[in-house]
Design a protein around this ligand. Structure first.
Ligand code: CO8
Length: 259
């Protein structure tokens, strides 16, 4: 499928979506948001794909946020239409594992895009921040909700209310990214390596683990534990469970089929 603002590639079980709008520093305008929805739908349907990496073109910018030129004219009706919020919710709920390979500036909606992914790694030149309050808005596409769940309320308040940007090392110290990859050119290879590790594991269990982990941020403990128990009941009836445990006993690598 041809895209104007994205490069989409799928091989060896891993889809790579590269935001490619250099003239606007990969900012998310409506067209790019729509293309991202289409790319996700394409990769969701592709049964050969188990992991999706999101990254930015070039070595300076991941995503510079929502498109400010477009955002300036948006109304409350647009906010209620959940343009960016809906995209990040779709990424959050995406049935396959998502990895943000943050290769440069991740500001505003770009930072929120990374926060919606399951795993995040960064190059040393990545910089994060929420400039929103300086623009007269709030990080309103998940920023005020996903960030405190990741780093705690106090640190999230500091990041949102002061608006300072911070580097990859600080992001790693805060637990926003799990690894800083050096040199920067190795970032995509490192993301692919993470992807291969995920692909080696039982697909159904991975999918249910993601679903259950996502539920942990949205439910009380008893509800979360009930969801976990039910998800485990599904894995207990799966062919992959028999295969995984038989392979362990037979001292061989499992051949999972996602069933
Ligand atoms: N939107 C639109 N255009 C942009 C954006 C953007 N976010 N970022 C950069 N551009 C454009 C610039 O206007 C410029 O265009 P032109 O050449 O026509 O003047 C071009 O890209 C190059 O920009 P710079 O010269 O600034 O490039 P640098 O490489 O020097 O700097 C930066 C890169 C640091 C990324 C810088 O461009 C920057 O700070 N950009 C703005 C970042 C920002 O404030 N992002 C937050 C946006 S608000 C947001 O994301 C809210 C999301 C909540 C959505 C809620 C929906 C319901």
């Amino acid at each position: 499928m041809p895209y104007e603002n994205l490069l989409v590639d799928a091989r060896e079980g891993i889809g790579v979506v590269t935001l490619n709008r250099p003239e606007a520093r990969n900012a998310l305008d409506k067209k790019t948001v729509n293309e991202l929805h289409a790319a996700l739908a394409q990769l969701a349907e592709d049964r050969s794909v188990g992991v999706v990496i999101l990254t930015g073109a070039g070595d300076k910018v991941f995503v510079a946020g929502a498109d400010i030129k477009e955002l300036r004219t948006r109304t409350k009706a647009d906010a209620l239409a959940r343009i960016n919020t809906g995209l990040f919710a779709a990424i959050d709920a995406f049935e396959k594992v998502t990895i943000a390979a943050v290769n440069g500036w991740a500001l505003g909606g770009g930072f929120e895009l990374a926060l919606a992914c399951d795993l995040r790694i960064a190059s040393p030149n990545a910089r994060f921040g929420f400039p929103e309050t300086g623009l007269g808005i709030i990080p309103g596409a998940g920023g005020t909700q996903r960030l405190p769940r990741l780093v705690g309320l106090g640190r999230a308040k500091e990041i949102v209310l002061l608006g300072d940007t911070f580097d990859a090392a600080r992001a790693e110290a805060l637990g926003i990214v799990s690894r800083v990859v050096s040199p920067p050119d190795d970032l995509l290879a490192a993301a692919r390596e993470l992807g291969r590790k995920v692909l080696a594991r039982a697909p159904l269990a991975t999918r249910l683990a993601k679903l259950t982990l996502n539920a942990s941020a949205r439910t009380d403990l008893d509800t979360g534990l009930t969801i976990e128990m039910l998800a485990q009941a599904v894995t207990f009836e799966s062919k992959d469970k028999v295969e995984g445990m038989t392979a362990f006993i037979e001292k061989r690598k499992p051949a999972f089929r996602g069933e």
